[in-house]
Design a protein around this ligand. Sequence first.
Ligand SMILES: Nc1ccn([C@@H]2O[C@H](COP(=O)(O)O)[C@@H](O)[C@H]2O)c(=O)n1
Ligand SMILES: C[C@@]1(CO)OP(=O)(O)OP(=O)(O)OC[C@H]1O
Length: 168
Amino acid sequence: MSRAAMEWRVGQGEDIHALVPGRRLVLGGVEIAHHSGLLGHSDADALLHAITDALLGAAGLGDIGTHFPDTDPRFRGADSIQLLRAALHAVQGRGWRVVNVDCTVCAQAPRLAPYRDTMRTAIAQALGVESERVNVKAKTAERLGFVGRQEGIATSAVCLLQREIHAD
Ligand SMILES: Nc1ccn([C@@H]2O[C@H](COP(=O)(O)O)[C@@H](O)[C@H]2O)c(=O)n1
Ligand SMILES: C[C@@]1(CO)OP(=O)(O)OP(=O)(O)OC[C@H]1O
């Protein structure tokens, strides 16, 4: 008879994109009203990219650029929710389920607090988990550095995965 036990893995992700006029600002799968948006090959959703890397990292599956290269025209203008779902599919294929995700957006502006619950819901839906397993935080950079000058936005995320292992 085999005995079931659990194993856990933690993963971490980060991302930085430049803020430029004439682009949409999309964070956590949510479009945010602002005079500038993030520059990138995809929709440049830096929050979802950090979460995608955290998931892939926890499962030992490399990083977002390996799975979705920015030289591939299929990902030009891509909806990062779809990239996150594809990464989740790969992670789930190895038997992992998401325990929780915590993430931070470092942006001098705009104020993100009004969007936090919508982002949380969108991320949880993409991951197929209850919203209470996802947490979204926002920080300014106290006007310091490239984030403080509103030249870019930086993000970070951690993710915990869990799976059953069978010991004979
Ligand atoms: N873009 C942002 C940045 C911050 N917030 C909220 O303000 C709080 C204080 O931020 P500090 O950087 O001064 O520590 C932070 O905890 C967030 O709730 C925000 O909404 N949008
Ligand atoms: C998402 C991808 C693919 O379109 O491109 P970007 O939107 O430029 O994002 P980045 O975080 O620089 O790298 C991951 C990519 O390969």
